[in-house]
Design a protein around this ligand. Structure first.
Ligand SMILES: [Zn+2]
Ligand SMILES: [Zn+2]
Length: 286
């Protein structure tokens, strides 16, 4: 049972509003604008996503136009995995689930993402993940909070999907953990990836479940994670929120959810920055 395997968690982070609060005074705003202009003039920085001139470098390495270009997934969507449904008529099939969830029940109870893994959102995730710009995790997590309120509400812990230690060493960080820090939930490093797996995006859908089978287990109590402060928590009967940057078929999230539920977690939800959306829709058979 989970009670025999408490997990380690970080202390809760309170990043505040990533867009600036109402307390910013007009002189401070003007000073910030002047400093932005000076930095742009002196350094000519480029947006890390679209490579155009970055006019507000103090806001981070991605320009405002790129953030505004992120297209969120909007209802109607599958209440299970969060995939967009082609029309509200799908909801009338009963469970308001997509064909994939209807065919194969999932271990994830509910999943949500900001938007489709495409366009500006894909570029922004690449900036975080492959260019190592961890400073944008806070802004990206702000969007995840905005569009994932129905999975965040009532969740007890954020559980980052772990990388294999080798990959984490190569990258220097786990992007899922960076995002989890800013969701206003205590972070619990409850899982460990014990087998190195090929990236899911490189595999056909038919091989993704096999690729991650047996790849995760509950993390031992003594695991250390890059100097984050930890304390012991009990996740038995809790509601855990898995956090990752991208989900493809959901095979990785399902594998993680199975491990958590076998360990006594009552409900497992998922929140990702983006999800790969299938273009072809087919209604579930009645
Ligand atoms: Zn840009
Ligand atoms: Zn679904």
């Amino acid at each position: 049972m989970w009670t025999t395997k408490p997990c380690q968690v970080t202390e809760q982070f309170n990043p505040g509003d990533h867009r600036g609060g109402p307390g910013v005074s007009i002189p401070a705003h003007l000073a910030r604008g002047g400093l932005n202009a000076l930095l742009t003039f002196l350094l000519s920085p480029a947006c890390a996503a679209c490579r155009s001139l970055l006019k507000t470098p103090l806001d981070g390495p991605v320009c405002r136009a790129c953030w505004r270009a992120v297209r969120p997934i909007t209802p109607p969507m599958c209440e299970r995995c969060g995939d967009p449904l082609p029309s509200w008529r799908m909801v009338s099939y009963g469970a308001a689930q997509c064909a994939r969830c209807h065919r194969a029940p999932r271990s994830i109870d509910r999943g949500r993402a900001i938007g489709e893994y495409d366009g500006a959102l894909r570029q922004i995730i690449h900036v975080l993940k492959y260019e190592g710009r961890q400073s944008i995790a806070r802004q990206l997590a702000g969007l995840m909070s905005e569009h994932g309120s129905d999975v965040l509400t009532g969740a007890d812990w954020a559980v980052p999907v772990p990388l294999h230690p080798r990959r984490e060493r190569e990258r220097g960080f786990n992007q899922a953990a960076e995002l989890a820090r800013y969701l206003n939930l205590p972070v619990c490093f409850a899982l460990q990836r014990v087998r190195h797996t090929a990236p899911q995006v490189d595999l056909p859908a038919s091989r993704r479940h096999a690729n991650v089978r047996g790849a995760f287990r509950v993390a031992p109590e003594s695991r250390w994670f890059f100097g984050h402060r930890r304390r012991v928590a009990d996740l038995s009967n809790a509601c855990a929120l898995l956090v990752d940057d991208v989900t493809t078929t959901g095979a990785t999230l399902d594998a993680c959810a199975r491990v958590l539920k076998n360990a006594g977690v009552a409900e497992v939800r998922a929140l990702t920055a983006a999800r790969v959306v299938r273009r072809r829709f087919s209604p579930p058979s009645p």
